[in-house]
Design a protein around this ligand. Structure first.
Ligand code: NAP
Length: 292
């Protein structure tokens, strides 16, 4: 098994390290070549000159890039080198339609494609504890399992190509509602003058807790939002959710209200901050509050 990794962003960088730990990473490619060169030197693997060059040398290719157009660009670039029988595992979050389009392209070249979006944040990528939602042919999934085991802990095959992305979209809808409510609750707690660290410690064990409360309320308490999951990326995901729901004639209220908040954050120049930056907006709800 020769694995190649394409896309060394906040997620892909850690995923590449975990593939290397499993002993199967042949090499890397990243659009910004300096990142690939630095990681290749660290891991003592090859930094390939192009996606096609990587595809020529690897029978399993893991991709983690930003959005639909980026996945399309990378797949188009690797096609000239892709081997018959190769397996492409896409961990980017894109639409189910893009996944099906990529599968059709790869099938024409005698290769397989699986949509395998992930959840669990940068921490999950680093610790190899990601939840992985797969869609594609059962045989391709079976073949991918040893690779996916190096990246995550909960790995589920949801059905045909696109089903992994549909499961991920479901997750992103939940994240939209949860981050908004966590930011609203933290703004309330701050205005009440509560000790925020003790509050997070206690409520983190309560019924209203969530991954976002435990891991991102501390960012809100410190009013610092280092890039974990960028506003811009969740905005992209929620637009996918909006389109998928619209195809079934539905509008999703939590998705719409979170998109409205993200529009403001992006306009104010905070699109590359973690989504916990929603606290910037909910804090201002208490801007006129007076001490009792
Ligand atoms: P990121 O830090 O912004 O990194 C994006 C990566 O994609 C970079 O390596 C970038 O290359 C590459 N890329 C973007 N456009 C490209 C193009 N047109 N051609 C080639 N390469 C391109 O993003 P991330 O946080 O790692 O997220 C990656 C994917 O995982 C996204 O779909 C995201 O929604 C999903 N995801 C993220 C999280 C999270 O917590 N961050 C959690 C779950 C899922 P450069 O280095 O050249 O910019």
């Amino acid at each position: 098994m020769h694995i190649g990794m394409i896309g060394l962003g906040a997620m892909g960088m850690h995923m590449a390290r975990n593939l290397h730990r499993g002993g199967a990473l042949a090499g890397l490619w990243n659009r910004t070549a300096e990142k690939a060169a630095a990681l290749a030197a660290e891991l003592d693997v090859q930094a390939f000159a192009s996606p096609a060059e990587l595809a020529r040398r690897c029978d399993i290719i893991v991709i983690c890039v930003s959005a639909d157009a980026d996945l399309r660009a990378v797949v188009t670039a690797l096609l000239p080198g892709v081997q018959r029988g190769a397996l492409l595992i896409d961990c980017s979050t894109v639409s189910a339609n893009s996944a099906r389009e990529m599968q059709a392209l790869l099938t024409r070249h005698g290769a397989d494609f699986l949509d395998c979006p992930v959840s669990g944040g940068v921490e999950g990528a680093r610790l190899a504890t990601l939840a992985i939602m797969a869609g594609g042919k059962p045989g391709a999934f079976e073949r991918a399992v040893p690779t996916l085991n190096l990246l995550g802990r909960t790995i589920t095959h949801f059905g045909d190509c696109g089903a992994g992305q549909a499961a991920k979209a479901t997750n992103q809808i939940m994240c939209a509602g949860i981050i908004q409510v966590v930011a609203e609750a933290m703004a309330f707690a701050k205005a009440e003058g509560l000790p925020l660290d003790a509050l997070i410690e206690t409520l983190g064990k309560g019924a209203g807790s969530s991954w976002y409360f435990v891991n991102r309320a501390p960012f809100m308490a410190q009013q610092s939002y280092p890039a974990g999951f960028r506003v811009r990326l969740h905005d992209k995901d929620l637009r996918i959710c909006r389109d998928m729901a619209a195809q079934k004639g539905a509008t999703l209220p939590a998705v719409e209200s979170t998109l409205a908040l993200y529009e403001k954050l992006i306009a104010q120049g905070f699109g590359d901050e973690d989504i916990s930056a929603v606290f910037r907006l909910t804090s201002s709800l208490f801007a006129n509050s007076r001490a009792h």
